[in-house]
Design a protein around this ligand. Sequence first.
Ligand code: FE
Length: 368
Amino acid sequence: MTTKISHTADVQAFFSEVAGLDHAAGNPRVKQIILRVLQDSARLIEDLDITEDEFWHAVDYLNRLGGRNEAGLLAAGLGLEHFLDLLQDAKDAEAGLTGGTPRTIEGPLYVAGAPLAQGEARMDDGSDPGVVMFLQGQVFGADGAPLAGATVDLWHANTQGTYSYFDSSQSDYNLRRRIITDAEGRYRARSIVPSGYGCDPQGPTQECLDLLGRHGQRPAHVHFFISAPGHRHLTTQINFAGDQYLWDDFAYATRDGLVGELRFVEDAAQARDRGVQGERFAELAAIQAFELADLFILKKYRRQGIGRAVALQFLGGEGDWLLRCYAQDAPAVAFCNAVLAGLSRPAQAITLEDEPDLLSFLVSGARH
Ligand code: FE
């Protein structure tokens, strides 16, 4: 039988003393938190029969985690950062705050103070031979009106999946910019198509994930902070459709409504018009706002067993969007049309019966 003592008055009094509750000096909030950490740690040690070897291994692990600056990475990998988003979503829902672009995790690789530009910016320093990527979007306030003067702070990885400041081979603030939205709330950026990336295979985060039987990979993505005086700060990302880790992200950052589509253009004349050398470049469709009521219908729809038969796509337009549903055969199209008819936005279902390759490509980007 497991011996337990943490509940006794003596041990509880001891923890209170350790947490500084027997004197006035110090910070009451920190005391409250540390007391809870001690109480919960003691329960965990007792309930799971943590051995002394396991305890000291964990202490050593924390030392190594800090030594490699990977605490933030582990918080993302263990889903705690995503949990904070879910909790904030629930608080918002309780307060009646719904709609708008969903939030998602910041991750550990933000650097403050990126160069500031009005309306548009080039983000790369020209040293990476990646495919040129154009992205643009429009920021709206909670009232739905375009927001001029908002700050859109963007950062993303290079074609090797590394970030400036964390990769000393890159110039300062490479692939990091702050753009102030114009009179219509719009921002535009030229950059390069980023690559996805993973945890250092030799690092302590991957060491933990290995023990959980999990990979440490993320899909390609672009990070956003969006802020404006008098408005709540939004932390979010666009994750790229078609990436094999889109819905298998070790950091759980991909969310419905945050999937962007890269459209590759191969046209020498268009490339020249946009100042691109060669003939190939990419355009990333911006984040589009959508309604939570619509999202609910889509989730319910996936639960009805047709999830793998269809792919759902948000196609951005100028201040509007179209939901398109690709289905594998006529009955699935009929089902889609019945569901989509109930949405408050324009929507259409398209059969891809004769285009199995395109269907499987699209479905690979849909959550299953
Ligand atoms: Fe990232």
